[in-house]
Ligand binder design. Structure first.
Ligand SMILES: [Zn+2]
Length: 352
């Protein structure tokens, strides 16, 4: 136990998330050691754990796996601190900052240049990034029964509020619908992502992309909290609350990033969530002297999931992320249904 994070009260330092050791009916504040820095000092991930009085599943949220993607931080703080612990069934875990070294440097990538979300599940005997990834999986992720990974756009870009999920999977599709984002992108979990690793471990997982990097965006944060609560309620962990109706999400079967084929100053015209028609001008590229050298047109009818807002565009710069709106039935996606209550499961042993 230490008391040196200002205002935090008692904080428990640990080498792994041992949920069964934590007291029921309280929120525990943990610092989970992921690695040691070059002075031999621990690199700790701050983690909140709300253990209910009643048994139930472990629902885990992870934020800032990319160190500059911060909208998930207030989501985790508020979801956990608003829980009624006496009524809570199971455990809610919030990893406030997963990638601490990159957070401290205010950058997406790990200090050695690696994207942690491309090398999961890491290696126990790997290099600095691989060991860090491995321990995030084995010390934290493995304890979850359900997982939401919280991200935002990258530097120089902005996102809508959207979910990436396997919409053919009965559980992750329902998690995506319950989150009620602006857009749901069907995206089977790929290898080497945190979400993909969770799915391979049998932990249903979705990625929630919350707007823009380096920001707290209150409107998106609020919507994300409501969505997270809806997942908890539908899984029987908390009481159901009436939800205010928002527009249903636009379901997309796939998406495509479109890039420039020349360099210059880039202006991307539509905003996020705007619908584009095939052939509609969506961006202009201007040379150093102010002449328009390219007009980029939408290659198909779509919806803007995210876009570049950085005018400095080298050849191959991203323009925008265009989703292909789809009908759930046509694509064999799961449709919205009542979510069956998951059975309480003992967390798997964590590996040290
Ligand atoms: Zn990210």
């Amino acid at each position: 136990m230490i008391e040196w994070i200002e205002g935090a009260g008692k904080v428990r330092c640990t080498e792994a998330l041992e949920l069964d050791d934590l007291p029921k009916g309280t929120v525990s504040r943990l610092l989970v050691e992921i690695a040691r820095d070059a002075l031999g000092a621990p690199i700790w991930a701050p983690v909140l754990v709300a253990r209910g009085e009643k048994p139930g599943p472990v629902f885990g949220m992870t934020s800032a796996l990319h160190g500059n993607e911060l909208n998930g931080v207030p989501v985790i703080h508020r979801v956990i601190n608003d829980l009624q612990l006496r009524a809570l069934r199971g455990t809610v875990v919030g990893v406030v900052i997963a990638n601490v070294p990159s957070y401290l440097r205010e950058q997406r990538r790990f200090p050695d240049g690696t994207d942690l979300n491309h090398i999961m599940p890491g290696r126990h005997d790997g290099n600095v990034a691989e060991i860090f990834a491995y321990r995030l999986v084995h010390r934290i992720l493995k304890t979850f029964n359900y997982h939401v990974d919280l991200h935002t756009a990258s530097f120089g870009r902005i996102n809508s509020l959207y979910v990436r999920a396997d919409m053919k999977d009965p559980t992750t599709s329902q998690m995506a619908y319950l989150q009620r984002p602006q857009i749901i992108l069907h995206n089977p979990a790929s290898d080497h992502t945190f979400r993909g690793t969770a799915m391979e471990l049998g932990i249903p997982s979705v990625t929630l992309e919350i707007g823009n990097p380096h920001r707290f965006q209150p409107e998106y944060v609020k919507r994300s909290i409501v969505g997270m609560r809806a997942i908890l309620a539908e899984s029987g962990m908390v009481a159901k609350r009436p939800l205010s109706m928002k527009e249903p999400p636009v379901l997309c079967s796939s998406s495509k990033w479109i890039y420039t084929d020349a360099g210059g100053f880039l202006e991307v015209l539509p905003g996020v969530t705007e619908r584009l028609q095939e052939g509609q001008v969506m961006a202009r590229l201007t040379n150093a002297f102010g002449d328009i050298i390219r007009e980029y047109k939408a290659p198909f009818d779509g919806i803007v999931i995210g876009k570049n807002v950085n005018p400095a565009a080298q050849t191959g710069a991203r323009i925008l992320h265009l989703g292909v709106p789809a009908d759930a039935k046509e694509h064999g996606f799961q449709e919205r249904r009542e979510w069956k209550r998951p059975k309480a499961r003992k967390p798997k042993d964590t590996e040290r």
